[in-house]
Write a protein that binds this ligand. Structure first.
Ligand SMILES: Nc1ncnc2c1ncn2[C@@H]1O[C@H](COP(=O)(O)OP(=O)(O)OP(=O)(O)O)[C@@H](O)[C@H]1O
Length: 364
């Protein structure tokens, strides 16, 4: 066996901390070569490399050092993997659809969606958000935009582009205080239009911000949308944690892998000293995730700096770029970045499932 083969095999066994998969199984080890003066390693990651590069670099460098005293030189590229969803119509140009859901209203699902989208975009991904809350769209307000969507020549809706994120929301079609009172079939038709009648361009991730609960919109989406996985958002209160189970059951029933649980407003983080106060008790989300054998994606602190709707229309992750020195902002941004990275790590290893209820499951 040649020295090169041995080096390749040694590095192929390194576990990527983000996906918990070996580089060999993940297909990420492009080349490992021992030269006279260094060891060159080329890695192609199935996710935006910035999400996991630092931890992986440390793991690979440590393994190279067990093999030789020559210094390692690593280079990274990324090819975002599309998780296949058999039995569902694909959305042209969209690699992965991820649902962000909650059993209960007001737990911060839209906040998590918006900031996760921004974290992924800042890591180099092409990202879109579909605001599926047709009755109470909140995404436009979170970005402080009041634009109207228009159709292009092919009669496809053109998403509103804010900070490089492509967004579709009922809020971009209706006047601000207009109320909607549609029944199931009409909602179904509109959601189908929002998924397949939009010129999404090329997206690595399209995040679906679902309304709370398990009603008509959720039912339609599970029938229509080729969801690669879903994340559930909760708060630490017992009543919110109980409602998570309903969401969990819904996704299980339709064969959508649950990528994990995010606990929002987990603790109050003092902006001055970063001290944590667990107002509603500690580790409720973690324990629930363990009990139901789903990954725990992380805790997001409660802070008055999170609500973008307070007037600025500037999501926290954007503030983290423009004003990183503001007290508390870096901690919050790190929390959203960790959640996003873990979410995508779980997506990479999500088992493709045969989705229940194809595109024609319900007549519109
Ligand atoms: N980590 C946080 N710290 C402080 N406030 C937060 C946090 N997360 C969310 N909020 C605030 O809580 C309120 C509800 O958040 P959000 O709209 O994201 O929840 P939701 O679950 O999407 O609600 P809905 O059920 O209406 O869809 C908003 O005012 C938001 O700004």
């Amino acid at each position: 066996m040649s020295q090169e083969n041995t080096l390749h095999e040694t590095l192929a066994a390194v576990i990527d901390p983000l996906t918990e998969w070996s580089l060999g199984d993940q297909g990420s080890l492009v080349c490992a070569e021992e030269r006279d003066d260094e060891v060159r390693v080329t890695l192609d990651l199935p996710y935006p490399s910035l999400l996991g590069e630092a931890a992986l670099r440390a793991a690979v460098e440590a393994r190279v050092r067990t093999f030789t005293t020559k210094p390692p030189r690593l280079s990274f590229s990324q090819t975002v993997k599309a998780v296949p969803v058999p039995g569902k119509q694909k959305i042209p140009g969209v690699a992965n659809l991820i649902a962000i859901a909650s059993g209960k209203g007001g737990v911060g699902k839209s906040t998590v969606t918006v900031n996760t989208a921004m974290a992924l975009q800042q890591a180099g991904a092409r990202v879109g958000i579909l605001d599926c809350d047709l009755y109470g769209p909140s995404v436009p307000a979170m970005f402080g935009v009041e634009e109207q969507m228009v159709a292009n020549r092919e009669k496809k809706l053109v998403p509103v582009d804010v900070y490089g994120i492509k967004m579709v929301s009922m809020g971009f079609l209706m006047a601000r205080h207009q109320a909607l009172s549609w029944r199931g079939p009409m909602l179904h038709k509109m959601l189908s239009q929002f998924l397949f009648g939009v010129d999404w361009g090329t997206l690595d991730y399209l995040l679906l911000d679902l309304p709370p609960g398990t009603g008509d919109v959720q039912l339609s989406l599970t029938q229509l949308a080729p969801m690669a996985g879903a994340a559930l958002v909760t708060t630490p209160q017992k009543v919110a944690l109980r409602d998570v189970m309903r969401g969990l059951e819904m996704f299980k029933d339709v064969g959508v892998p649950v990528l994990g649980l995010v606990e929002n407003m987990s603790y109050y983080a003092c902006p001055c000293c970063d001290e944590r106060t667990y107002v509603f008790g500690r580790d409720g989300g973690k324990r629930l995730a363990k009990r139901y054998e789903i990954p725990f994606l992380g805790e997001v602190p409660m802070s008055r700096r999170v609500p973008s709707a307070l007037g600025s229309g500037e999501p926290l992750m954007l503030r983290a770029q423009t004003d990183a020195a503001e007290p508390g902002v870096a901690t919050l941004a790190a929390a959203f970045r960790d959640v996003s990275a873990r979410l995508i790590g779980r997506l990479v290893v999500a088992e493709p499932r045969f989705a229940v209820g194809g595109p024609d499951a319900m007549e519109v």
